[in-house]
Design a protein around this ligand. Structure first.
Ligand code: MN
Length: 231
């Protein structure tokens, strides 16, 4: 048995719908600006080439039961934004995955929130600096329970988010610029995908700020909804 200088932490993990098993998280990849209307609201052209960033695996906040999961309001921001996203969970790794085989690598799907320090992201963009502090902070990736891929059809599923019951984001997965197979094929050229990887697939238009005490309810038709309380 390896003698570590301190005990390695347990992996971050997600709940699995209808099962006591947990899905151990390896890495979290995210694609930026993957819905035309959101790209435009962020000042883009409406068709930005696939652009990836990452969050640390332990940024996951795993939601489970019917109670909202607590998400702490992060430090050093005055403008925390919600972004509802389809999260793809990889069950089989690979490099240079062909488009037509990409979906064979998917284990399941969940609803996730790509929480964003929008003020720091704007400053980073303006200065041409990395986004890490804006996207990869602690507890920046709340994710609901995973549904196995075989149990759901998502092609044109609705995706929506409300804050305190007020609708903020509403669209359909059919409006993703780069679809799940394209994202997997592209990502796997730059990184070797591994079982346990999560991919946040981008958010539709309507992103906006949340405050402490707010209740975020996020849903994608066919998946377990996600409720999060900002605390
Ligand atoms: Mn996002």
């Amino acid at each position: 048995m390896t003698d570590y200088v301190f005990p390695p932490p347990a992996p971050a993990s997600l709940a699995v719908h209808g099962s006591p098993a947990r899905f151990a998280v390896h890495r979290i990849y995210c694609i930026a600006l993957n819905y035309a209307a959101h790209d435009i609201e962020m000042g883009g052209s409406g068709r930005t080439p696939p652009s990836f960033f990452m969050k640390p695996a332990d940024a996951v906040v795993a939601a489970g039961g019917p109670q909202p999961v607590d998400v702490p309001y992060p430090s050093v921001t005055q403008d925390l934004h919600h972004e509802v996203e389809l999260v793809v969970a990889i069950g089989r790794g690979g490099s240079d995955i062909p488009l037509e085989q990409a979906l064979d690598h998917v284990w399941g799907y969940a609803v996730g929130l790509d929480m964003t320090r929008r003020d720091l992201q704007a400053q980073a963009k303006q200065g041409g600096r990395p986004w890490c502090v804006a996207k990869g902070f602690d507890a920046s990736a709340p994710v609901g329970p995973l549904t196995p891929a075989a149990q759901v059809r998502l092609d044109d599923a609705g995706i929506a988010l409300s804050v305190n019951g007020q609708p903020r984001q509403a669209s359909t997965l059919a409006r993703m610029t780069w679809k799940v197979p394209e994202i997997i094929a592209q990502l796997s050229r730059a990184w070797a995908l591994q079982p346990g990887d999560l991919i946040f697939t981008g958010t539709p238009e309507g992103v906006g700020p949340v405050q402490r005490g707010d209740l975020i309810e996020a849903r994608i038709d066919g998946l377990v909804p996600l409720a999060a309380r900002i605390v």
